[in-house]
Design a protein around this ligand. Sequence first.
Ligand SMILES: Nc1ncnc2c1ncn2[C@@H]1O[C@H](COP(=O)(O)OP(=O)(O)OP(=O)(O)O)[C@@H](O)[C@H]1O
Length: 351
Amino acid sequence: MIKLIGIKKYFTTKQGTAHALKGIDLHVSKGEIFGIIGKSGAGKSTLLRTVNLLEKPTEGEVILDDVSLTSLKEVELRKQRRNIGMIFQHFNLLSSATAFKNIALPLELAGVDKKEIQERVLYLLEVTGLSDKGDHYPHQLSGGQKQRVAIARSLASNPKVLLCDEATSALDPETTKSILTLLKEINEKFGVTILLITHEMDVVKSICDRVAVIENGEIIESSSMVDLFSNPQTPNAKAMVRSAFHIALPENMEKQLSPYPGIGLSPVLKFTFVGNSASESIISTLIVKFGLRVNILQAHIDLVRNSPLGIMLCQVTGEQNQIQSGINFLSQSNITTEVIGYVSGNIKYTA
Ligand SMILES: Nc1ncnc2c1ncn2[C@@H]1O[C@H](COP(=O)(O)OP(=O)(O)OP(=O)(O)O)[C@@H](O)[C@H]1O
């Protein structure tokens, strides 16, 4: 549905050339909700804006449903852009126009007749939960309501794709939740493919099917949500997952954590598992079957795309070969183990 092939984007300024995108390949399937997550300056906005060619790539090809957008002339491109809606962090509404008029505007520009516009806008106000707000101006609306108007406006021309540029970053957590729920409903109701960028793991965690992690203009990791959370590969993705699960070691243990094994040190292990009940079986397996001592430092179960996913941090003490056998045994039950570091086997910690 959306294919980005070898996308590079360089910005040349007086200070020099910024290599914002360094050869991105991405494939988003029809009907998917795909998240791109990365830190500030990683290249998220530039990448999103290349999809509708608001940003023309220096190199590479953008394909939407078999149409190569990068090869189109301006007039053709304008037509194709009607298939791509976009919403922004700061809503970008026309302040002098009512909610109704903001939504109607793209239809008026496309020459749609008045009666059809009236029906479509009323329908979109209803879909976005704003039936009683059509005559309100943006300054009379809350942030969440403004984003709903922007979503309704983006749907006016029946797009196949919706691009979301940090769409919830200016909203409080409750409103963020309601906007994400609305996006999910729209994805299901209209089959709209959603490509969103965010720096917040909580956003991708709740609605994305797949996610790509972008760092320094490159995609460093791309997988299903559950795979990203259960088995992140890169240090950056590992750190993001830990912060999304609010996983942190007790402070005095963090200070003494060594990246290397050593005499008198025992590993701190992070177990990741799908399902509610695995935590008990991890502990009993390690203690009973492998004769290890297990200190649970933290345990957390959260919903990732509606599947319970658990993360548990434990300090495990015992013979090295027994610990390894325990890890191997657990991996057969799809429990992923990551060594976070090593601490003294006798360390006293405060939770
Ligand atoms: N118009 C521009 N001119 C020069 N450099 C630019 C321009 N737009 C982006 N860049 C540079 O490209 C890189 C990627 O920027 P981009 O805005 O895509 O990152 P981002 O991940 O969206 O960051 P943020 O989350 O802070 O918005 C940055 O180094 C930025 O300074």
